[in-house]
Design a protein around this ligand. Structure first.
Ligand SMILES: C[S@@+](CC[C@H](N)C(=O)[O-])C[C@H]1O[C@@H](n2cnc3c(N)ncnc32)[C@H](O)[C@@H]1O
Ligand SMILES: [Mg+2]
Length: 220
């Protein structure tokens, strides 16, 4: 199997089950126009996030790593009208593009974009806890700290999803000095050892290439 086949199959699935979507398509176009990197989740991954949030009945979501708000829109659409999503973004330009995209998607009443380094923003939103669902997709080196914070600000049954945990397969390399790989392996150890959580990691292929995500549920 090659990248060409993975992309063709993802295109087939997107065409079949997602289709054209003005808010999401315009969000990606605005992201490209502003020169933001093309590192959002794929449409099929975005819909997976949306479906998990719906199945879970999430009312309060924390996202770390907004970019242009593509995954934010998918997740926020799963919320009830009185639900809330807080998303943390380091780059002011990314936050500006995301804020416009979220407003254009009709979700400004449910979404708050906070600008700054996530570790600096987290203490200020502790009062919003517990969150029902966390989507962590920012600087991978800090993933262990983000998940620790999530565990401390969750409830039994809260869901934690961490994106990009496969690192092109480098996650198996215990000798790696790549900070993202080291952070991901520390995250894996934390998920394995912490009795507060039960987790798995799933490898994925698609139009984003070879990757994977971690899915965890907070124990009762
Ligand atoms: C992979 S992108 C997020 C993609 C987005 N979740 C989506 O799928 O549409 C990662 C984002 O995290 C942001 N970021 C990186 N380090 C951060 C930090 N320390 N705090 C908050 N955001 C950070 C980057 O600026 C970037 O916009
Ligand atoms: Mg990602």
């Amino acid at each position: 199997m090659t990248q060409r086949v993975w992309t063709e199959v993802d295109d087939y699935i997107s065409g079949l089950l997602i289709g054209a979507d003005d808010a999401l398509d315009n969000a990606l176009a605005a992201s490209d126009k502003a020169g933001l990197p093309q590192i959002a989740v794929s449409p099929t991954q975005g819909k997976l996030l949306h479906l998990i949030a719906r199945v879970h009945g999430a009312r309060k979501i924390l996202e770390i790593g907004t970019l242009a708000g593509y995954s934010t829109i998918w997740l926020a659409r799963a919320l009830p009208r009185d639900g809330k999503l807080i998303t943390l973004e380091y780059e002011p330009l990314h936050a500006e593009v995301a804020t416009a995209n979220i407003a254009a998607a009709g979700l400004a009443d449910r979404v708050e974009v906070k600008v700054g380094a996530a570790l600096d923003s987290l203490p200020a939103i502790a009062g919003e806890a517990p969150f029902d669902l966390f989507f962590i997709d920012a600087d991978k080196v800090n993933n262990p700290r983000y998940v620790e914070w999530a565990l401390d600000h969750s409830r039994p049954g809260s869901v934690i999803i961490v994106d990009n945990v496969v690192r092109s397969g480098q996650v198996v390399d215990a000798t790696s000095t790549d900070p993202s790989v080291v952070g991901t392996r520390q995250l894996g150890s934390l998920l394995a050892k912490d009795p507060r959580v039960s987790a798995t990691m799933v490898q994925t292929v698609g139009d984003k290439g070879y990757d994977g995500f971690a899915l965890a549920v907070v124990e009762g």
